[in-house]
Design a protein around this ligand. Structure first.
Ligand SMILES: *Cc1c(COP(=O)(O)O)cnc(C)c1O
Length: 407
């Protein structure tokens, strides 16, 4: 673990453009010529390393990005997709067949939840949703048909932290694959080092960081990645969630600054979370000692990248949440928008937005209050100034009692 440095791994990769450009050339082709008919046949059979076939399978630009992400996460290989959901669905459909079963954390991204709950049963694949922090419940949910244990290292939107070492022990004891969505904690957490078989990211979030595209990646063994790209049976090849080469090139350039951005997101988020807790607000942030899995996160993290940019703030009612968010947006403190990892702070009330796929009674059971605001803290230069301005909005929205503040 000491020798592993995800940022160095990315930096050590060098790609040049065709004419010595400092960025690799972008492959602007959907198809590729072969010098001989025999090579074309071999490539279709999957036996011609380094030959490109067709850009749904792979393209030079996509391979550059995939290689950098595989290095970042410490895997042999990776494949990039048109969205995070494109990665998640390809991985699950590759690992599970009719009759199989998944054990999943119940606090996961709404789209992933909806896919497992509503879509996979059409293919006779069942999912049991469990409290991922209760290892006994996790193990008890495993049946003889279970193939996958699925979780997010830091969950959306409640910021529960999965004990990846313990979960991978359980998974491997029962011969399951541990699949981890690491979207909320790039660089901070390296699931592979704790035994994850497959690590997924929505590149849409921190990794790209400029809210100008959707994208995804899954990392695993070379064998697994090749299986997903097999022309006869690969889930990703046949479902076709392919990333465009132009996008792969632009995401790779943004990936180059991820380490700097993550440090700043984490620094700003920790500052606000500590202040809000001192102000008596109900705040969840893995960097606070009050967070139930604070120690678990500390055990897993690469310290220099901090506890991440996400904070969950419970202001009790959806009305107060909405008023506060509108006030903050009017003060130019951030945008009322879903998604995360942007340079600007983004906030949304999870229960009525990104987690609205989860029925109300289940939201309640998992502790997702209607007044829960998920903040993705931006790269603000002066976070103290931001804090003061947000405080004034909180007083105005009745979230904080305070002396009269004018804004
Ligand atoms: C956004 C998100 C996804 C889905 O990714 P898309 O790029 O929107 O398809 C999956 N998991 C998590 C944790 C996310 O935040």
């Amino acid at each position: 673990m000491k020798d592993f440095n995800a940022a160095n791994n990315i930096q050590d990769l060098q790609y040049f453009g065709e004419f010595g450009g400092v960025n690799p050339s972008i492959s602007d082709s959907s198809t590729y010529t072969f010098l001989s008919a025999k090579t074309m046949f071999d490539t279709f059979e999957g036996n011609a390393d380094g030959c490109y076939l067709y850009s749904r399978h792979s393209s030079p630009s996509n391979l550059y990005l995939a290689e950098a992400l595989a290095q970042m996460e410490g895997y042999e290989s990776a494949n990039v997709t048109a969205s995070g959901m494109g990665a998640i669905t390809s991985v699950l459909l590759q690992l599970c067949q009719s009759g199989d079963h998944i054990v999943s954390s119940r606090t996961i991204y709404g789209g992933t939840y909806a896919f497992m709950k509503n879509f996979l049963p059409n293919f006779n694949i069942a999912t049991s949703f469990v409290d991922i922090t209760d290892l006994e419940k996790v193990e008890n949910a495993i049946t003889e048909n279970t193939k996958v244990l699925y979780c997010e290292s830091v969950s959306n939107p409640l910021l529960e932290v999965a004990n990846l070492r313990a979960l991978s022990e359980i998974a491997h004891k029962h011969n399951l694959k541990l699949v981890v969505d690491n979207t909320f904690s790039p660089l901070s957490v390296s699931p592979k080092l704790m035994g994850a078989d497959v690590t997924i990211h929505s590149l849409t979030k921190f990794i790209n960081g400029s809210s100008d595209t959707v994208g995804g990646v899954y990392c695993g063994t070379l064998e697994f990645i090749n299986d997903t790209k097999n022309v006869n049976s690969g889930a990703c090849m046949l479902l076709g969630p392919t990333m465009d080469s132009l996008r792969a090139a632009s995401i790779l350039k943004n990936l180059r600054t991820l380490h700097i951005r993550m440090k700043k997101h984490s620094e700003n988020a920790l500052f606000l979370a500590q202040k809000w807790e001192q102000d008596g607000l109900k705040v969840k942030y893995p960097g606070l000692e009050s967070h139930p899995q604070h120690e678990v996160f500390k055990e897993m993290m690469h310290e220099e990248y901090g506890f991440g940019g996400l904070i969950a703030l419970d202001v009790e009612s959806v009305e107060k949440a909405n008023e506060l968010m509108e006030l903050m947006q009017n003060e130019n403190l951030g945008y009322l928008a879903v998604s995360l990892g942007f340079y600007k702070t983004l906030f949304s009330a999870s229960g009525t937005s990104t987690s609205s796929e989860i029925p109300e009674d289940e939201q309640k059971e998992m502790g997702l209050s209607p007044g829960l605001i998920r903040f993705s803290i931006g790269l603000d230069h002066d976070i103290e100034r931001t804090y003061e301005k947000m405080k004034a909005c909180m007083v105005k929205a009745g979230v904080l009692k305070g002396t009269s503040v004018t804004i």
